[in-house]
Ligand binder design. Structure first.
Ligand SMILES: CC(=O)SCCNC(=O)CCNC(=O)[C@H](O)C(C)(C)COP(=O)(O)OP(=O)(O)OC[C@H]1O[C@@H](n2cnc3c(N)ncnc32)[C@H](O)[C@@H]1OP(=O)(O)O
Ligand SMILES: N[C@@H](CCO)C(=O)O
Length: 484
């Protein structure tokens, strides 16, 4: 499906644009700009009007307009590549704005500024919500190309991205006249049954939240427990068993650093006590009437659970009522550091992401298949003419986009090399192992983009100061993970 807007009709606005009027996530991304594409036809046939595309740039175009380094973000990323790949960005690093015009554009369906369930539909005069149409990786590439052309880019020197970003990178490779080289990382030629299934399980978590309401939820009262649960299971697929064992093993949470997150009722009877253990961590838990002797569940006067700030089953003392605790022995622990971490990550995620956007993006991932509508189901066949230089990076501990899939990608391009990111962290290694990613990409640039590296762009200097400024990350913490 061809996009209909001419490149010249695209214009630039800031984030106060009406498309973002109800988007509470837009403010999380610093200093980005928005391109408005007047009309764009998605692969599904739906036409979007006044389509916002959020983006950030670093450095400047050279006079040949061929030094664009395109960064493509992953599922929960944004156009602010400095936030999630910051250590790779800067003079002397793989993404060097003194040589490259670095551009990162936000994908459709993401809550960070491009058209999505949380942006305004100028036709219905409301946010899209669950009526945002299905978008594909190819839609992103087609839409982003319009914006790149509007920015004056005549050729992409190198497109780099991991995970979902790697899917965009692979689709970019088919634009043989526009793209000179690519670096797909921890990604796939087509979304595997394994990945589709994880997406499905995560969406089901969201659907089963009573607040989801088929996607028509109140933006001020969102299905947070469903979205949080989705992120928890996703996070597990982004890491490895080995990494979790190393970090958490059977440790208990450090109460000073990670205080117990829940307010837990003090049990009055053995049944109450068991109920507390059973429901600990249940965000949708309701208040349970006290069932102590002499009271009935329906007699509120006899009191509901008393609320304390620590899990009461770790205490075997008397209850507030003076009766003996129903549990005299110290029970086995049921709350571990690993759980505390997952809950913390879920809580953090629901503060920065939207449930409908999560569904929209995971469905987009499910559509990914480089062979779709290209005349053969054999990727080798559909890719044999893609002779551009390709560097594939894979992580052996990645259980989501497996190393075998990276081998397959490399084998389908006639001019590809494969390198290994050594990491026990699993899939997220591409966001954590900065030194290795940086050095592999620099080596690749030296080999294939020497002409661009030989040009120095002094006008980029102005931007470097703000690039180096310390600021809080929206996404990654990039802390020393061994400290846990
Ligand atoms: C699919 C894609 O598209 S990905 C591409 C782009 N990605 C993005 O844009 C953002 C995605 N970001 C991420 O995936 C992650 O943030 C990463 C991979 C960058 C970094 O991983 P993180 O999970 O943030 O780091 P880490 O695992 O070390 O967690 C650190 C946090 O957990 C907390 N924590 C650690 N252990 C515990 C514990 N036992 N209990 C509670 N909290 C804990 C730390 O205090 C820290 O908190 P903070 O965030 O307030 O500083
Ligand atoms: N941690 C990344 C992994 C997905 O590939 C994200 O949240 O975007």
């Amino acid at each position: 499906m061809e996009p209909r807007s001419s490149v010249e009709s695209i214009y630039f606005v800031d984030t106060a644009h009406p498309s973002q009027q109800e988007n509470k996530f837009i403010g999380l991304i610093a200093d980005q700009r928005i391109a408005i594409v007047p009309e764009f036809t998605l692969e599904c046939g739906e036409i979007l009007y006044d389509v916002p595309v959020a983006f950030k740039t670093w450095g400047a175009l050279n006079k040949e307009r061929n030094n664009c380094l395109l960064l493509c973000h992953a599922l929960s990323g944004s156009a602010d590549a400095a936030d999630w790949w910051g250590p790779l960005l800067g003079p002397g690093r793989a993404f060097d704005p003194t040589h490259f015009f670095i551009v990162c554009l936000n994908s459709l369906g993401s809550p960070y500024g491009s058209a999505s369930p949380v942006t305004w539909n100028s036709e219905t005069k409301a946010i899209y919500g669950p009526e945002f149409p299905l978008s594909t990786i190819r839609d992103d590439v087609a839409l982003h190309k319009l914006v790149l052309q509007r920015l004056g880019v005549e050729q992409i020197a190198m497109a780099v991205g991991g995970s979902m970003g790697g899917m965009l990178v692979l689709e970019w490779a088919f634009d043989t006249n526009y793209v000179r080289s690519i670096v797909p990382i921890s990604t796939s030629l087509r979304h595997s049954a394994w990945c589709i299934s994880w997406s499905e399980a995560q969406r089901q978590s969201i659907y089963s939240d009573p607040k989801f309401n088929d996607g028509f939820y109140d933006m001020d009262d969102q299905p947070l427990s469903g979205l949080g649960a989705a992120r928890m299971s996703a996070l597990l697929t982004y890491r490895s068993k080995c990494s979790f064992e190393r970090r958490f093993a059977r440790k208990l949470p450090d109460a000073n650093r990670h205080p117990y997150p829940d307010r837990v009722p003090t049990p009055m009877t053995p049944g109450d006590a068991h109920w507390v253990v059973h429901n600990e961590g249940n965000h949708n838990r309701r208040e349970r009437p006290c069932r102590s002797p002499g009271s009935s569940p329906e007699s509120p006067g006899s009191g509901f659970f008393k609320v304390s700030s620590t899990p009461s089953l770790s205490q075997s003392t008397d209850t507030a009522s003076g009766t003996r605790s129903p549990l005299l022995r110290r029970p086995a622990n049921t709350y571990f550091s690993a759980q505390s971490y997952l809950r913390y990550q879920a809580k953090k995620f629901v503060g920065r992401f939207d449930a409908n956007c999560y569904i929209s993006i995971t469905k987009k991932l499910d559509t990914h298949d480089v062979t779709r509508d290209r005349g053969s189901e054999d990727p080798m066949e559909v890719m044999k003419h893609l002779t551009l230089p390709v560097l594939v990076l894979g992580i052996e501990s990645d259980g989501l986009f497996t190393y075998d899939e990276q081998v397959e990608i490399a084998s389908c391009f006639p001019n590809a090399s494969l390198e290994t990111i050594v990491s026990a962290e699993g899939h997220d290694g591409f966001l954590l192992e900065f030194t290795q990613v940086n050095s592999y990409i620099q080596k690749f640039e030296a080999e294939h983009l020497a002409d661009i590296l030989s040009q120095e762009n002094t006008s980029a200097e102005l931007e470097l100061e703000s690039l180096n400024a310390q600021r809080e990350s929206v996404f990654g913490e990039m802390e020393d993970i061994t400290s846990w």
